[in-house]
Design a protein around this ligand. Structure first.
Ligand SMILES: [Zn+2]
Length: 415
């Protein structure tokens, strides 16, 4: 199973917006851009909402049917490890193997020595076409890979082999994610991490490094965009070289997690993937839940009241809701609106505070991030929330499609 050049991680908390998201991909297809959908829902989200991967598969299949989607689609076992893998194996055909927790734990000495011996040939100055400068390969660099990343790759190998014990090799896509690590991996490190992946026998098709800067949920990139651009282009060069050097799959590409709403990066990512003729996987699932809330708020009446209620209840449970997302949100609590004020808000005020429109003076990044993590409250409302989603189908679906196509796919892939 070879993953297409451009793929987009989609999905939504309650499994109702699949068709609206596929329609965004169909709009891109009419512009001549071929993208395939990868449905994401992490173990974290399944456990908060009380769903399982089979529910996501059913939602994806229903969306594919409703939109007459004929190209492939994927279901991602998102951020799984040995402890969480099993229930994903049957329904999924894409596995994001998360080894961030193992980073920093040293491999055993014999494994480290074997790796260092094999990498000895690269010592000196390594010139990779497309990189802004050559890599200096010395003992410091190689030892740090062996010390910090080798065991993580070995762990990914264990996960991969557990999957192929139950699913034919080649019948799924394997990704390795490092994005929830504490520090970014430099392009030089990425090169040797990919060497270790090849030695481990994992036919990796996507890799999600932790990039420089902050990728926070639902809001734009926080960091130095010029520095990101240099690093991203170097990563592309490294991936290209790793394919030929280590015999990794030709479809291997970068995966950008927490990729929604990174509007200031899309033009430079686009430039880079075109220059390098590289593929891209971008995950966007979280942004769609916010479009549901925006749709409800915009509908007014009971739907607006429900959106306000989600916020008011969520505020009373602030710590609990933020905790699972501690590393991927940065909320200044003092900037959150007073729930009494929110009670008086009109539809337009709620929508303007929440919608990611950087030009709007009422847009509040703290409110947006906080609502992003508040879906547990809607999940607890259960049928009352779902009923409202069904009643306002056309408004919400319009928002979902427009958000994904106009704000994400168009700047990134269509241009
Ligand atoms: Zn991730």
């Amino acid at each position: 199973m070879i993953l297409e050049k451009y793929s987009i991680g989609i999905g939504d908390r309650f499994g109702m917006e699949g068709a609206a998201q596929v329609r965004a991909l169909q709009k891109a297809a009419r512009d001549g851009v071929s993208l395939v959908p990868v449905w994401n829902k992490s173990n974290r989200e399944h456990s908060i909402i009380g769903t399982n991967p089979n529910d996501t598969l059913l939602a994806a299949m229903a969306a594919v049917k409703a939109t007459s989607w004929t190209k492939p689609f994927y279901l991602d076992a998102d951020h799984i490890g040995l402890a969480t893998l099993d229930k994903f194996i049957e329904p999924c055909n894409f596995f994001t193997i998360d080894v961030a927790d193992v980073i920093g734990r040293p491999a055993d000495q014999s494994a480290a020595d074997a790796f260092l011996n094999a990498m000895h040939q690269f010592r000196g100055t390594l010139v990779i076409p497309g990189m802004h400068k050559p890599i200096t390969v010395d003992d410091v660099l190689l030892n740090s890979i062996a010390r910090k990343y080798l065991l993580a790759v070995t762990e990914a190998g264990k996960v991969y082999r557990r999957i192929i014990a139950q699913k034919p090799e080649g019948s799924f896509v394997a990704e390795m994610s490092l994005d929830e690590a504490d520090v970014p991996q430099s392009p030089a490190k990425l090169f040797f991490i990919l060497a270790a992946v090849a030695r481990e026998g994992i036919p990796l098709q996507t890799i999600a490094p932790k990039f420089t800067g902050d990728f926070l949920k639902g809001i734009d990139y926080v960091g130095d965009t010029a520095r990101f651009e240099t690093e991203f282009r170097d990563h592309l060069a490294v991936v290209g070289r790793a394919i030929s050097e280590f015999g990794l799959p030709a479809s291997l590409k970068l995966s950008v997690h927490t990729g929604s709403d990174k509007f200031s990066l899309y033009p430079l990512i686009r430039r880079a993937i075109l220059d390098f003729d590289a593929g891209l996987h971008l995950k966007t699932a979280g942004t769609t839940w916010l479009e549901e809330v925006i749709g409800l708020a915009g509908a007014g009446g009971d739907a607006l009241l429900l959106a306000k209620e989600v916020y008011a209840i969520a505020l009373t449970r602030y710590d609990e809701l933020c905790k699972p997302y501690a590393t991927v949100v940065r909320i200044d609590r003092s900037q959150l609106p007073d729930p009494a004020d929110v009670q008086r808000w009109t539809s337009a005020q709620f929508v303007e505070a929440l919608r990611h429109d950087r030009a709007c003076p009422c847009y509040n990044i703290h409110f947006r991030q906080f609502m992003h993590v508040s879906f547990r409250i809607a999940a607890e409302m259960s049928e009352r929330y779902l009923k409202m989603l069904r009643e306002h189908r056309s408004t919400i679906e319009h928002n979902v499609t427009t958000n994904l196509y106009d704000r994400h796919l168009k700047p990134l892939f269509v241009g």
